[in-house]
Structure formats: structure tokens, C-alpha cells
Design a protein around this ligand. Structure first.
Ligand code: ATP
Ligand code: MG
Length: 369
């Protein structure tokens, strides 16, 4: 079958879309990937070796649970934990298990880790035409920084099994059973509810997750067809703190949206006056403290960046560094150690714009606004 058939598009439509795909390769195998959202096809969709690996769909969000849940769902939903890591789709292509990140890049580091963390061969022997979707979490990874899970280095947690080509999900119950059978670790399930029951149950779940610094929930129809997400204050404020540690690199929309979420949550969760002030304090701290730290750091001559640590066999870390080099990322190596045969590397992805802007304001640049 040709790509356009597999994607369910006419030849003409596919021809229009084809220009948006980027050429890439992994260990000599060429592939094409769609790095952004397009109407017809999910971001991160990959064309490789004559087959399609569908992108993971964007999950809509509600700002209020009370009206949002019954608006979005009219049948039973499973409520699962939303983990704060990075999205990975695992597929077997011509016999090779590959891990694709959100935008469709085959990541050599993640590919290596997933093969060690999951019995991939057993999974694909049983589900050759499917992809295993999950979140990579834990403090030692090259993309995200959340460290609220009981994970020493890095772990995989499954949250979906989809048809590789069409993207259609297995029903939640079947997916959970399939993962359990193969001992594939998965996200927590809080329960299965009718929409009205979920409205009752979810605020408590959110409060509990919030108190543990966790990110939130994803609600899914039990057939896996529809999803909806909602996040904790801890996640909203954590994102704000991150954005303001690099104040000129994260778009204003990014921060604005998170501020708005806090406003709606404060009202829906009926914050008392004291609680509302505490939330306000938290929001303010998450904006100002990291921003002031960043300004001070630049003042002291530091370069701003996103710091990550990875731990793996030396050849895997080398492959990751080559991979970043190919993407023209500038890295500053901060620490490079060998521990029990593994290379433990701490590096910072240089973030130029915030560094330069802060530097120029510190030098007295005048703003006309
Ligand atoms: P995008 O919506 O494009 O993925 P984003 O990074 O803003 O961008 P998030 O707000 O993190 O998206 O929410 C969607 C992501 O949540 C999914 O892509 C997936 O990686 C992650 N996720 C974590 N836990 C789950 C879960 N239980 N079910 C589904 N997705 C989950
Ligand atoms: Mg995320």
C-alpha cells in the first residue's frame, strides 16, 4: 500500500502534505517525519520503510472539570494518571524496535532504554502491527526535568497501544491486560466512571496528586477513542517556574495559559481566602524566583541552559551526543563521570535568546514600550 492509502488521504492531499515532512535518518535507514500539527495528519507521523507510524494525537484540556467532563464525554471513562515526562512511541520496523519522540524523531538514547526496560520482542510478537505508547519519566533523561516519581534514573510507563498505521487505540481494559501480561509497567488507573461520577471523583484525585507534586489526569472513553486532560496546580506552577527560568524563550502564550488555569482552578476548587492567597503566593514565587535567579546567573557571567543528566553505556551516550550535534544543539558539558561501567553525563542545552536579552538589559539597553 502506498503512503497516502495508509494515511487515509487522497493522492492529491498527500502530495500537498508531503512537502511538510522532514527528511531524517537513523543508522542509515531513511525516514520522513511531520514535525508540526497539520489538519489531516497528527504531528510526529513518520513514514519509514514503506510503512506509517502515526503521531500521538493532541489531547484536549478542560479548565473546569464540572462542566468539561460531561461536555466532552457521554459514556464511561477511565481516569488515569498523567505523567510528566516525554512521549514515546515504540514500533518494530523491519525487525528493529525503534523509539520515536513526539515530533517523530528516532532517539538513539530512548531506543536503547526502551529495549532494556520493556520486553519489546514479546510485545511485537503478539502485536506486530501496533505501537506501544508511553511516557519516559525519571530524573536522568535528555528532555524533561520533573523528578516527582519514585524512579532512580529513567523508566517507561505505558498509557496506550495503538494501531501503528491508523492510530486506533485498544480499549483501555484490553490494553491494561496486555501490558500486565507482558509485565510492561503502566500508568496508574484511578477508576472507571460515568461522566457524572467522574465529576464527583476527580477533584479529590487532583488534590491528592497535587499534594504529591504530580502532573494530573487523562480521562479516556473505555474504548480508547476520546481523551481529555486536566492538570494540578503543582504542574501549572512548575511549568511557570520553568518558563521564567528562561524568560525570553518560552512564548507568552505558554505562561498565560497556565496562569488562566490557576484562576479557574481556584474558583472551581472553592479556595478559601487563605488558600487563594497561598495559591497567589505560589504563582508569584514561580514567576519571580526563577527569573531573578536567571538574571543573577547572567550577571555573574553564566550562560543559561536546560540542564539534564543521562546515564548509559558510553556508546549510547556517544550516540546521543552525535544525535544532538546533528540537530545543531549547542551543549555545555558540566560533569562527565564513569560509574560502574556507565557514563553519567550532565550537560546543559544552551538557551541563547534569554541569555542575550538579559545580558543586554543588564548592560542598560533601553526598552521603548
Ligand atoms: P501535546 O499536546 O502536543 O502532546 P504537550 O506536551 O503540551 O503537547 P501534554 O500537556 O504533556 O502535551 O499532554 C499530552 C501528553 O501527556 C501526551 O502526549 C503524553 O505524552 C502524556 N501523557 C502522560 N500520561 C498520559 C496518560 N496516562 N495518557 C495519555 N497521555 C499521557
Ligand atoms: Mg507532557
Amino acid at each position: 500500500m502506498e503512503y497516502h492509502d495508509q494515511l487515509g488521504l487522497s493522492r492529491e492531499r498527500f502530495a500537498d502534505l508531503a512537502e511538510q515532512f522532514h527528511d531524517d535518518s537513523y543508522r542509515g535507514r531513511a525516514y520522513r517525519r511531520l514535525p508540526d500539527y497539520r489538519k489531516a495528519v497528527e504531528k510526529g507521523t513518520v513514514l519509514i520503510a514503506g510503512t506509517v507510524v502515526r503521531g500521538f494525537p493532541k489531547i484536549p484540556r478542560c479548565l473546569v472539570l464540572d462542566e468539561g467532563i460531561p461536555q466532552h464525554f457521554n459514556r464511561e471513562i477511565a481516569v488515569e494518571e498523567k505523567l510528566n515526562g516525554y512521549n514515546v512511541r515504540v514500533a518494530r520496523i523491519e525487525g528493529d524496535v525503534l523509539a520515536f519522540t513526539r515530533s517523530g524523531i528516532v532517539c538513539p538514547f530512548t531506543t536503547h532504554k526502551v529495549r532494556r526496560l520493556v520486553d519489546c520482542e514479546a510485545f511485537f510478537d503478539r502485536h506486530p502491527d501496533r505501537m506501544l505508547c508511553g511516557e519516559m519519566v525519571g530524573p536522568e533523561n535528555p528532555y524533561t526535568t520533573a523528578d516527582c516519581y519514585d524512579v532512580d534514573s529513567i523508566a517507561f510507563r505505558a498509557f496506550d497501544i495503538r494501531d501503528r498505521e491508523s492510530g486506533e487505540s485498544l480499549p483501555v481494559e484490553d490494553r491494561r491486560a496486555a501490558c500486565e501480561d507482558l509485565e510492561i509497567p503502566q500508568v496508574d488507573l484511578f477508576g472507571v466512571y460515568e461522566p457524572a461520577e467522574a465529576v464527583e471523583a476527580t477533584p479529590e484525585i487532583i488534590d491528592d496528586l497535587d499534594s504529591r507534586g504530580r502532573e494530573g489526569i487523562v480521562m479516556k472513553t473505555v474504548d480508547g477513542g476520546q481523551q481529555l486532560k486536566y492538570t494540578t496546580s503543582a504542574a501549572n506552577q512548575g511549568d511557570l517556574a520553568f518558563a521564567f527560568s528562561l524568560p525570553f524563550d518560552y512564548g507568552r502564550d505558554f505562561s498565560f495559559r497556565r496562569l488562566i488555569r490557576e484562576g479557574f482552578q481556584s474558583v472551581e476548587f472553592a479556595d478559601s481566602e487563605v488558600e487563594r492567597r497561598q495559591r497567589a503566593h505560589g504563582v508569584g514565587e514561580s514567576l519571580l524566583v526563577p527569573m531573578a535567579d536567571a538574571i543573577e546567573a547572567v550577571d555573574e557571567g553564566e550562560r543559561l541552559g536546560e540542564r539534564h543528566t543521562v546515564r548509559a553505556e558510553p556508546r549510547v551516550v556517544d550516540a546521543l551526543l552525535d544525535h544532538f550535534h546533528e540537530q545543531s544543539l549547542s551543549l555545555d558539558i558540566e560533569q562527565d563521570r564513569r560509574i560502574e561501567g556507565e557514563r553519567v553525563l550532565t550537560f546543559s542545552k544552551r538557551i541563547q535568546r534569554s541569555t542575550d536579552k538579559i545580558d543586554s538589559y543588564l548592560d542598560g539597553t533601553i526598552v521603548k514600550e
